[in-house]
Design a protein around this ligand. Structure first.
Ligand SMILES: [Zn+2]
Length: 99
């Protein structure tokens, strides 16, 4: 089960704007302040990250990363690569194809 803050009352369990209705109790979470549901909506996909290092050599796939889209995969990869030893000239991400 996954529990997260109620998006309607921001975890407070009460909404001031509705204080004239059932004492302002948030009707989305019944005043609990959190929502619990069986599964989190999963939007992330797996991407294979490839790079070109100085000198033109291609390394693919270098590693895999979970991201919502290609752009996010590339920026996540760039953060990881900035800590690494590679002299990277180009980074790309390719969605993993599941057969
Ligand atoms: Zn609520």
């Amino acid at each position: 089960m996954h529990t997260f803050d109620c998006p309607r009352c921001f975890g407070k369990g009460r909404i001031n704007a509705f204080s004239h209705v059932i004492a302002g109790v948030c009707f989305k979470c019944n005043g609990v302040g959190t929502i619990t549901q069986k599964s989190k909506p999963r939007v992330s996909k797996k991407f294979a990250i490839g790079i070109v290092i100085k000198g033109g050599e291609e390394l693919f796939p270098l590693f895999h990363i979970n991201a919502a889209n290609v752009n996010q995969a590339v920026s996540k990869a760039e953060v990881q690569l900035s800590r690494g030893a590679y002299d990277v000239t180009n980074v790309w991400a390719d969605a993993e194809h599941h057969s």
